[in-house]
Write a protein that binds this ligand. Sequence first.
Ligand code: RFL
Ligand code: PHB
Length: 389
Amino acid sequence: MRTKVAIIGAGPAGLLLGRLLENAGIETVILERRSQDYVLGRIRAGVLEQGTVELLDRAGVGERMHADGLIHDGVEFCFDGDKHRFNFRELIGRTVMVYGQTEVTRDLMQARDASGAKTVYESENVSLHDFDSDKPRVRYVKDGIEHELACDFIAGCDGYHGVSRASVPAGSIRTFERVYPFGWLGILVDRPPVAEELIYAHHERGFALCSMRSPTRSRYYVQVPTDEKVEEWSDDRFWDELRRRVDDETAEHLATGPSIEKSIAPLRSFVAEPLRFGRLFLAGDAAHIVPPTGAKGLNLAASDVGVLADALIEFYADRSPAGIDGYSARVLSRIWKAERFSWWMTSILHTFPDTDTFSRRIQRAEFDYLRSSEVAARSLAENYTGLPI
Ligand code: RFL
Ligand code: PHB
């Protein structure tokens, strides 16, 4: 089998890249380790930057997002019970869209299925070969039979634990990492959200977040120690803990119910450099991880593949390597800014095991500065709604 671009991974990065390339007449094959249902069953991101919305529109998959997505003009921060709203629209004329990653993935999968482009779900033992030459190949096993896919380029969109980054010789790649000493315990519940916008709460007992997926489905998180077991958290225990970390009004209005999903996600910052190795490119979580506090992971994945798609389209149209040569430096500059913002939001909103009284006063001063200075609030708004490419 032969294709132009072999894409490893059918998460949002791989599917969006595939769609942008197919729209430009560039053939792709996606190899995905899991089944379609498994990929759709993962509950992850909920907030789309305006640039991501524009890219999904450009890809021709924005219809349901505009019908069902919720435009949010701002967010609230709650610090030891004191709440402050940041109105992004007023501050900088930009907004965000609440539309779940599951739905983005579903829209992209449906568009791909309708176009007839090939996706091999449940492809095992994917291995990457000869990407330092102009004839890269990908091998995989499907239903017990070994296959080889010859291609011009390989896009590694297979997430943090994928095979693509691991295929790069150790001496050619540098990684930068920070692991946080806590995770987020999240639940999904079929109850209306407690507020119209997201509430990010700092409390001595730990961070909490009130988010949503739709007017009838809510998503809530509480910070927990890294080694916490999800089985130790009954729904009642979760609701009690959430109520203690938010302001009284929010606690009172919380519509609780049985959880339909409950899981713990660790928090990590991670960047690999560079992101191009001959004819292999890394994009999305395969290239970088941010803690979810800034809602940047899916958005970074989208902006990476937007740049990569343009670079590959330019290569096929003009035989110009300028775009692919510049890919790594171009996306890394934006990636590091999103890393900085996500690290900063994580630092001010969470309780660290070594948070002493001095650090708590500094966290409080960050909050007081943000709510008293329009310049500071505009900076938050600019970063949260998404920096330009
Ligand atoms: P994905 O989604 O992990 O997809 C990678 C795909 O590659 C497949 N794969 C392989 N396929 C073939 N062969 C192999 N050897 C393979 N190894 C892996 C996997 O099965 C998978 O299908 O990466 P991608 O596409 O780069 O997308 C990244 C996003 O999923 C991620 O950044 C976000 O979910 C992060 N994130 C958030 N991002 C936001 O922008 N806004 C948010 O509000 C937000 N909230 C979150 C989040 C992530 C969370 N968790 C659980 C990590 C909230 C949470 C709780
Ligand atoms: C979510 O709704 O899952 C969500 C929202 C905002 C974040 C992280 C996760 O910062």
